[in-house]
Ligand binder design. Structure first.
Ligand SMILES: [Zn+2]
Length: 347
């Protein structure tokens, strides 16, 4: 605090002092315990958007009767990219998946995916994509992953990256074991179909009729993280723990029943959370797919944040934002239907 008072004396008045914010920040950082959190600069920031589900088709309704604005959703993305560029200090942007809707006529799938990718490319930074079920209704992994520049081995879409030495992001592939996206005769398609046969007695495997509680997630439009990916996740979290990194997990499918409807959960969310809970490094999990805002803190203090869909924004409204990352919290700054919130965690 002495250093701050000294600066005030030196400058004569506060006006000239506050013109030099970088000095103020560095002094405030050094005044432990007296610094207001609000005055601190984030370590880094990133943009966020989910479930654009663009298609050049008339507006419609979800199976629950929620209006969907297929043409407007790309305008939401355009405004998101404008905001992210205007911010000037975003390190990257995260797309939580489902960029094109399953109702897009298949002869227009490539055009529609390309249109959305082009809009993302107007962002002055890297976009970290993940795949969703709607992307896979439009094109197979072999075509989709290169368009989204997703690093891939054998068609899998999980990867990690480290924006600063203290943070690691893990992107999960929630459709690793899935009845969509892989060739029909692929062992993973066969494994998923057998799983659905065992878990869901309905002839329409997208119907949760008769399923109770979290069993209602056993639907064809969901999927699972496979054994190999689980082992990979374990090794990344072990490495992050050794490096004293905090981890943010991103997955199209939600991982906690407290933040999402049961029908949207990853088939083996419990297994994935079992791996995550072995360590203390994961602080926040981000997801889409449920189309509704959700936030929970699980029994181990991990935050789960699920995002509103850009698709369901009535014309003129928005759903996107950016997240400021600090040592002890992620601070979501939402635009439109996405509410701002702070997610605090232990160091
Ligand atoms: Zn989805």
């Amino acid at each position: 605090m002495d250093a701050l008072l000294h600066m005030v004396e030196k400058h004569g008045d506060l006006k000239s002092l506050i013109q030099d914010w970088s000095s103020v920040y560095s002094i405030m950082d050094s005044v432990n315990g007296l610094t207001s959190l609000r005055g601190k600069k984030p370590l880094f920031s990133f943009g966020i958007i989910s479930d654009i589900q663009y298609a050049d088709i008339p507006d419609g309704l979800s199976f629950l009767g929620v209006p969907r604005y297929y043409r407007h959703s790309i305008a939401v993305l355009q405004r998101a990219v404008k905001q992210w560029n205007h911010h000037r200090n975003l390190k990257f942007a995260v797309n939580l998946g489902d960029i094109v809707d399953g109702f897009c006529p298949k002869e227009h799938s490539l055009d529609s995916v390309s249109r959305v990718v082009n809009e993302f490319e107007k962002f002055n930074g890297l976009v970290r994509h993940m795949i969703g079920n709607h992307c896979l209704y439009n094109m197979p992994r072999s075509k989709l992953l290169p368009l989204l520049k997703i690093p891939s081995i054998d068609g899998c879409a999980y990867y990690d990256f480290s924006p600063t030495s203290g943070y690691r992001f893990v992107v999960l592939d929630g459709y690793d074991i899935s009845a969509i996206g892989w060739p029909e005769d692929h062992p993973k398609t066969q494994q998923a179909l057998k799983f659905l046969q065992d878990k869901n007695p309905n002839s329409d495997k997208n119907s949760p009729d008769g399923l109770v509680g979290t069993e209602r997630r056993f639907l064809m439009f969901n999927g699972a993280v496979g054994e190999e990916q689980l082992r990979w996740l374990d090794s990344v979290l072990c490495d992050a723990t050794n490096l004293k990194q905090k981890v943010v997990v991103c997955c199209h499918l939600p991982l906690d029943p407290g933040a999402s409807t049961e029908e949207s959960l990853l088939w083996n969310f419990d297994e994935v959370m079992g791996v995550i809970h072995k360590y203390n490094c994961v602080k926040v999990c981000l997801a889409g797919h449920d189309h509704k805002d959700g936030h929970s803190i699980d029994s181990h203090g991990v935050h789960h944040k699920v995002f509103e869909a850009a698709l369901e924004c009535p014309p003129g409204t928005d759903a996107f934002g950016y997240i400021d990352v600090y040592d002890d919290r992620l601070s979501l700054c939402g635009t439109g239907r996405i509410e701002s919130c702070d997610m605090h965690f232990n160091h």
